[in-house]
Ligand binder design. Structure first.
Ligand code: AMP
Length: 279
């Protein structure tokens, strides 16, 4: 497994592989890998013949009051997992090469970035879109796999790729969950044991909506009310938002008709957990 820390070296490698006709599949991550990340790698392996994974905790997507410094990191463990997975190349760019002095160019997917997670994290998606484009320009992949766990992010990257004519397929991959339904996330580490016990409430609340919907309840207001009541009956959770949206353009739905996705963010202790589900 090759490890590149230099942007130029990664670009040269990708260029050579593409000249040889190889299809490059890319999985960008912030490291501290879990089975969710590994499932994206499986998908990339299915669809390409060279898999490149990046590990980069991107300061641009953290607000000053957020957890950039505390964000869990374990490069040695990550590299072992990636080697076992049979990844071809890992890109671990240096911070000062990614963001040299005087850096001032940003990518903004204007409207899609403002709502939902963008409300409580106003510069978050600008940071995400900017680093993803920079990583795309470094890795030059044919396709890139993104987890549906971060559903709004996936839609924003898809929109950016379309709007900027990037020659890259943006591929979604389903959410990987713990046995009790909690979506896997590096940030689950922040939960205390008693908070962790309550954390599956996000998943359970969406499952309940699915059940109510299958029994005929179509009114989003009523379904949302049920979710809020259920989540607030627990000790720890504080709801940031719960929305029912069109899965393609993320516009709010009032009635369940056609495909609809529930998006939610809930604070449990100092962890802000996000999840989503198709209903
Ligand atoms: P992160 O390291 O959190 O930035 O995530 C890197 C990629 O892994 C993103 O595309 C995420 O959506 C995806 N991902 C994170 N957690 C999961 C999960 N539980 N299931 C599926 N994909 C995930």
């Amino acid at each position: 497994m090759k490890i590149f820390r230099s942007i130029k070296k990664q670009q040269q490698y990708s260029f050579k592989e593409k000249c040889k006709g190889r299809v490059i599949g890319f999985v960008p991550t912030m490291g501290f890998l879990h089975k969710g990340h590994l499932s994206l790698i499986d998908k990339a392996k299915e669809l390409s013949n060279r898999v490149i994974v990046s590990i980069f905790v991107n300061p641009l997507q953290f607000a000053p009051n957020e957890d950039y410094r505390e964000y869990p990191r374990d490069e040695k463990r990550d590299l072992k997992l990636l080697e076992e997975k049979g990844v071809d190349t890992v890109l671990i760019p240096e911070l000062n090469e990614m963001y040299p002095n005087g850096f001032e160019t940003y990518v903004e997917v204007s409207k899609l970035s403002k709502d939902y997670c963008g409300r409580s994290r106003p510069l978050f998606f600008r940071g995400v879109a900017t680093i993803v484009l920079k990583l795309f320009n470094t890795v030059q992949p044919d396709l890139a796999v993104f987890g549906e766990k971060d559903y709004q992010q996936y839609i924003i990257i898809k929109r950016m790729s379309r709007d900027l004519n990037l020659p890259i397929f943006v591929i979604p991959s389903p959410i990987v969950r713990e046995e009790d339904g909690l979506a896997m996330s590096s940030r689950n580490l922040y939960l205390t044991p008693s908070e962790r016990k309550e954390a599956p409430v996000l998943y359970e609340s969406m499952r309940r909506v699915k059940e109510l919907a299958s029994k005929g309840e179509r009114n989003v207001k009523n379904l949302k009310k049920e979710m809020v009541k259920f989540i607030e009956s627990k000790k720890y959770p504080r709801i940031d938002y719960i929305e029912f949206v069109d899965p393609e353009n993320l516009k709010r739905a009032k009635i369940l008709q056609g495909p609809t996705r529930i998006l939610l963010a809930v604070w449990i202790g100092k962890a802000r957990l996000i999840d989503n589900m198709e209903v």
